[in-house]
Design a protein. Structure first.
Length: 351
């Protein structure tokens, strides 16, 4: 979802991009700690207000690791970029569209099964892409060259009114595939009509052959005033959940949680979620408030609690070793002069 920001006068010539600004020596762990569980390793503004082959590199809403090890980055203006995993520089871009050739409000991204006809320059099969659009909402499967291969069913209640009870631009923001590749999960950004404010629904699908069929649904409560722009599965089957909000004149709030769906109630048959007894929500544990991270010299073009912050929307798990996860986050600049396309490299230790 494109969050509204306060427009401000910006002098010509934006600040020079910061490229992978290091957090300091590896042994200075306290200097880059955001919390006991999360550390900020570096950030990069190298792609801010740039173009690649005539396409604006920004509006980035989702990240995923492709089957060849490179990164896929999704713009909510219907562009899918491939980025070099090390430098973050674009190496290709593919336009996306719906069945009628219209642009998407593309927000969530998963790289799924390889497509047999598409391979990287090194010969590795390239995964198909599952992409959400939050206007209907929808989930479509695309080939690596942008052709629609499939479209997943969506529960009526999660469709945008008047077809359902959701609000346009507040639907499927996050998308992730759980370990094993059998369960797909999409997160609503905000509550649907009839549910209590702050209770958002997580819808799942189970793989049946080459397709996905509707499966269980779960409920998750956000902090007051925040929505869910992204989810990412952890190797142990839990979820990393980004919660985000924006306050005019103050800036962004971005918090990282780990959530556990085990023992949560299947809410697919419950019409209204109002905090009633007998409905168990997903359990969540705060890992870090990103405002508590060191700024590492970052600058902001509008008021922020921490100049490091911006409109963070994308999250991918890029590695796991020695009990720690390597994470890559990205902010959506909304193609706005007072916002920044910024990448963040973090490490997290799960409780």
């Amino acid at each position: 979802m494109r969050l509204r920001t306060v427009l401000a006068t910006v002098t010509a010539g934006l600040a020079a991009a910061t490229t992978l600004t290091a957090a300091g020596p590896a042994n200075a762990r306290s200097s880059n700690a955001c919390s006991p569980a999360v550390s900020l390793q570096s950030f990069s503004d190298a792609l801010d207000k740039t173009t690649y082959e005539g396409t604006f590199v920004g509006n980035l809403s989702a990240l995923a690791v492709d089957r060849d090890g490179q990164l896929a980055a999704l713009s909510d203006r219907s562009s899918l970029f491939t980025l070099d995993r090390t430098t973050l520089q674009p190496t290709s871009v593919v336009p996306l569209a719906d069945e009628n050739g219209a642009a998407l409000d593309s927000e969530g991204l998963v790289v799924d099964l390889p497509h047999s006809r598409l391979r990287s320059s090194g010969g590795t099969p390239i995964g198909t892409r599952l992409v959400t659009s939050e206007t209907e909402p929808s989930i479509r499967r695309y080939s690596g060259d942008g052709r629609i291969l499939d479209r997943l069913p969506v529960p009526d209640a999660l469709k945008v009114a008047p077809a359902g009870r959701a609000t346009s631009n507040q639907t499927f923001e996050g998308l992730t595939l759980l370990p094993g590749g059998h369960t797909l999960l999409a997160s609503m950004e905000y509550a649907i009509s009839g549910d209590s404010s702050g209770i958002v629904r997580f819808q799942t699908w189970e793989r049946k052959g080459s397709h996905f069929e509707l499966a269980a649904q779960y409920a998750y409560r956000t902090d007051a005033g925040l929505g869910v722009p992204e989810v990412a599965a952890t190797p142990d089957g839990r979820l990393l959940v980004l919660e985000r909000g924006f306050t005019s004149g103050v800036g962004n709030t971005v918090r990282l949680y780990v959530a556990d769906l085990r023992h949560a109630t299947d809410t697919s048959g419950i019409e209204n979620l109002t905090g009633q007894d007998g409905v168990r929500l997903a359990r969540k544990t705060l890992l870090a408030d990103i405002a508590d991270c060191p700024s590492l010299g970052a600058t902001a073009k509008q008021p922020q609690p921490n100049p490091l912050l911006d409109n963070i929307e994308g999250l991918a798990v890029t590695g796991a070793a020695h009990g720690r996860l390597s994470l890559l986050l990205v902010s959506d600049d909304n193609q706005n002069a007072v916002q920044t396309t910024r990448f963040y490299r973090l490490t997290a230790r799960l409780p």
